[in-house]
Design a protein around this ligand. Structure first.
Ligand code: PLP
Length: 509
């Protein structure tokens, strides 16, 4: 309704009531005004009704929703199912134009506005997470791995002679496959144990010599990672960034779930300030709890971000953008920073509880102080029987025991302590129960020993568990209880019996 409508209504009921109604409506408009002017996360999260009202308003700007609109193009935002139309709030034109995925779409002013507003909100969320150096970003309807590929392809247009990506090893398939998908050759730099801890960190000298070996000009970029399974720790982003600057090689950071962790955010921030960071990519689902499907590419300057959106061939789905827009408005700044704070406190709490439970079970938590999301317990004592014989393979039972107890996410990693013991991976039940390590795995033609452990050899077998954003203490407590029960079962010989076929594994507790 327009302001003059209220005057017209004053003849129908008591004008004071109309006035009150108009004022109530104004407070909603004030939220809109603040968003349009400030273009940052609201000081208070929006109510669902207000978000819905804004989306309805925006959708009415798109031609498919115009009254009396006649479409004679082959793409007119037609949607035959009403359920599907409602699922998308009537925003059916997608985003972008054929030449640029962030460009305005003349048929869809409302969708185009939402894309731009979401970029501002995402940038604000990145800054609030601690990366103040972020100056531009794009929310892309592709998950992290594919978005990394797009970043590599955009860099390639700027640096056509670059054909190698110098990559600090992390045993996560999509980020590695991102390199091959861009038609580039990976140079894998193995990690180094960090003295005085159980952690694995960046081999800076190894990175440097890898670059010097092929010549900096032929290196498209260095690729580092922040968020990662322990015992790997975030790469030493700041020091790599200084080296990237010195050698004049671009530097791309895989910050998949790093926004949720102040330590990762701080590393990206110092990297941008002290050295060279060309772009950093983060998952929308892992950081903002939206359905899988999007990623944010951000950078200390707009050039590469624009290049990435300009490279995208054609239009794309609005859904990941819309999910993030709705989520960020409903969280507001305090909702977002509150989640970050809560996760930080939960992680500290979880690590302590994990320590207590582990020592009760005669196990220990690995010392990986620089990883603030993922934690590991050394399982080796469980693999040794009283007569001193070793049978680490049985440890896989723990993975399946946890899975049947409805615990998702932990990984049992079986490691080869020294050369010569690795076997070739056969896609066995081991894969379905998330047993990693020990085996060699070939990905895109590159063999990795002990895949899953981030390193060819590691002194012990372990179990990892993460305390990620949104996980509640209740959930983590339930995990610890089930872990305890699974380990007790194991100690009572459940895994061994299962293997010898005497008994079937017990189903959940
Ligand atoms: C999740 C994740 C990715 C990307 O996976 P997508 O499925 O492409 O989102 C890449 N690297 C790391 C370290 C991750 O955790």
């Amino acid at each position: 309704m327009l302001p003059q409508h209220f005057d017209l209504l004053k003849g129908l009921v008591n004008p004071n009531y109309v006035e009150q109604g108009a004022q109530a409506r104004n407070s909603r408009s004030k939220h809109f005004t603040a968003l349009f002017i400030q273009r940052r996360l609201p000081d208070v999260g929006w109510k669902e009704d207000d978000i819905q009202a804004l989306l309805d308003e925006m959708a009415s700007f798109d031609t498919n929703n115009f009254e009396g609109n006649v479409g004679v193009g082959e793409r007119e935002g037609r949607v035959i199912s009403d359920l599907v139309r409602r699922r998308h709030f009537g925003l059916t034109h997608g985003i972008g134009r054929s030449g640029d995925v962030m460009a305005e779409q003349p048929k869809a002013a409302g969708s185009s506005l939402l894309v731009q507003l979401t970029r501002y909100l995402a940038l604000d969320a990145i800054r609030l997470a601690g990366i103040k150096a972020a100056k531009a970003c794009a929310v892309l309807p592709a998950a992290t791995g594919l978005t990394m590929t797009l970043v590599f392809l955009a860099l390639r247009q700027m640096r056509p002679e670059g054909k190698y990506v110098v990559w600090s090893r992390i045993d996560q398939k999509s980020c590695f496959k991102a390199i091959g998908a861009a038609g580039l050759k990976p140079i894998v730099v193995e990690l180094k144990p960090i003295e005085g801890t159980d952690a694995l960190g960046t081999d800076l000298e190894g990175m440097r010599s890898a670059i010097e070996q092929v010549g900096a000009d032929e290196v498209l970029c260095i690729c580092t990672t922040t968020s990662t399974f322990a015992p790997r720790v975030p790469d030493f982003i700041d020091e790599v960034a200084v080296m990237a600057q010195e050698l004049q090689v671009p530097h791309v950071i895989n910050n998949a779930y790093g926004l949720q962790c102040s330590k990762c955010a701080h590393l990206v921030e110092t990297g941008c300030r002290r050295g060279r960071v060309d772009a950093f990519v983060q998952s929308t689902d892992k950081n903002f709890m939206v359905p899988v499907g999007g990623a944010i590419v951000a950078a200390p300057s707009a050039a590469l971000v624009d290049k990435v959106s300009g490279l995208y061939p054609g239009r794309a789905s609005m859904s990941p953008v819309l999910d993030l827009f709705i989520t960020l408005l409903s969280l507001g700044a305090p909702g977002w920073t509150g989640l970050l704070q809560e996760r930080k406190e939960n992680a500290k709490w979880f690590e302590e509880r994990l320590g207590t439970v582990s020592s009760k079970l005669g196990l220990r938590v690995l010392k990986v102080p620089a990883n603030r999301i993922s934690f590991c317990i050394d399982l080796s004592p469980l693999g040794r029987s009283t007569d001193g014989a070793e049978d680490m393979d049985h440890l896989t039972f723990l993975g399946s025991a946890l899975f049947t107890r409805r615990v998702s996410g932990p990984r049992v990693v079986l490691c080869t302590p020294k050369p010569g013991a690795a076997t070739l991976d056969v896609e066995t039940p081991a894969d379905t129960i998330k047993v990693k390590g020990k085996y060699q795995k070939v990905i895109d033609g590159t063999p990795f020993e002990c895949y899953g452990a981030h390193t060819n050899f590691y002194p012990c077998c372990y179990l990892t568990a993460a305390c990620a954003i949104g996980a509640s203490r209740k959930e983590m407590d339930a995990f610890l209880e089930r872990l305890e029960a699974a380990v007790q079962d194991y100690k009572n010989g459940a895994g061994r019996k299962e293997k010898s076929g005497i008994a079937k594994p017990a189903l959940g507790s």
